[in-house]
Design a protein around this ligand. Structure first.
Ligand SMILES: Nc1ncnc2c1ncn2[C@@H]1O[C@H](COP(=O)(O)OP(=O)(O)OP(=O)(O)O)[C@@H](O)[C@H]1O
Ligand SMILES: [Mg+2]
Length: 275
């Protein structure tokens, strides 16, 4: 069953400059979908359109069988949430706890249940000690963690992460990735992750490749990521497994059994250094 259906969607910020050009794709309920594309390809614009923060010029967005329009937008936001790449625009409360509570209030969660939910999610993203801090005084990565906690706490059907871990340190990125995966596995939650991380794409269920406002391809990563020319056209990096395979092919490992291990290692090092 598809939970998101985008049909022939077009959008321009300015007249005659189309940022999204007649794009169509479907996202399965409960999937972990990645959306990739070069800078300016239209990914964040697409995320805003899916949330009804921008209005399409043409096309239809359906979420949970509800067609997104001015009347349905508030209902749709009960099901879909987004964490944007720049967390600065996402704070309204005077404390971190208020901020996480904001989404819960919108979902009409009973007030006596809120503290436990807020504490659980603050803990999950490592922000429990900051619950009474002022959000504006946090670092970029800490703000992202709070924004992620706020959205996760809302128990939504679809969450869009728009490069939501871009400001996190490597350990933080890994922790949040693991947390999202756990939540995804343990629930019916559909994850849409806008990312430049090709390893994350490799591990997702479905990938949509955007280039210049168009869908270049979509499908299972095991199929799409082997299309080297397509990745080049989309200005995307090759996934590590493919790079490794190419490096091993370069030393002709399969054909020449007498190949020296040093030569293989040298090739892999070269690959690593060129990365
Ligand atoms: N508010 C705006 N007004 C006018 N043009 C805009 C606006 N926001 C984005 N654009 C333009 O729309 C295009 C797509 O931008 P968008 O932010 O969706 O790209 P993106 O794929 O998210 O890029 P990135 O990887 O850098 O985040 C870009 O050419 C950008 O300049
Ligand atoms: Mg963006």
């Amino acid at each position: 069953m598809n939970i998101v259906n985008v049909e022939n969607l077009s959008f321009s910020y300015e007249e005659n400059i189309e940022v999204l050009k007649d794009i169509s794709f479907k996202i399965k309920k409960g999937s972990y979908t990645t959306i990739v594309g070069h800078n300016g390809s239209g990914k964040s614009t697409l995320a805003k359109l899916l949330m009804g923060l921008l209005k399409a010029d043409k096309g239809i967005i359906t979420i949970k069988d509800i067609i997104l329009n001015e009347d349905s937008v508030y209902e749709i936001r009960d099901y879909v949430g987004v964490v944007f790449q720049n967390p600065d625009n996402q704070f309204i409360g005077s404390t971190v706890a208020d901020d996480i509570a904001f989404g819960l209030e919108n979902k009409l969660v009973e007030s006596e249940k809120m503290p436990a939910i807020i504490e659980t999610y603050a803990q999950k993203v490592g922000m429990f000690p900051y619950l009474q801090s002022e959000p504006t005084k946090l670092s970029g990565g800490q703000k992202q963690r709070v924004a992620i906690a706020g959205v996760l706490a809302m128990d939504l059907n679809v969450i869009i992460f728009d490069e939501a871990t871009s400001m996190l340190d490597p350990k933080g990125k890994e922790d949040i990735k693991t947390l999202i995966k756990e939540l995804h596995i343990n629930s019916e939650m559909t994850i849409i992750s806008i990312t430049h991380d090709m390893e994350e794409v490799t591990n997702s269920d479905f990938v949509v490749i955007l280039s210049d406002g168009k869908v270049l391809d979509s499908g299972e990563p095991s199929t799409v990521l082997y299309k080297e020319d397509l990745l080049k056209q989309a200005k995307l990096d090759l996934p590590y497994a493919l790079k490794l395979q190419k490096a091993l092919e370069a030393v002709d490992l399969k054909v020449d059994k007498n190949i020296q291990l040093e030569e293989v290692v040298e090739n892999l090092c070269q690959l690593y250094l060129n990365d």
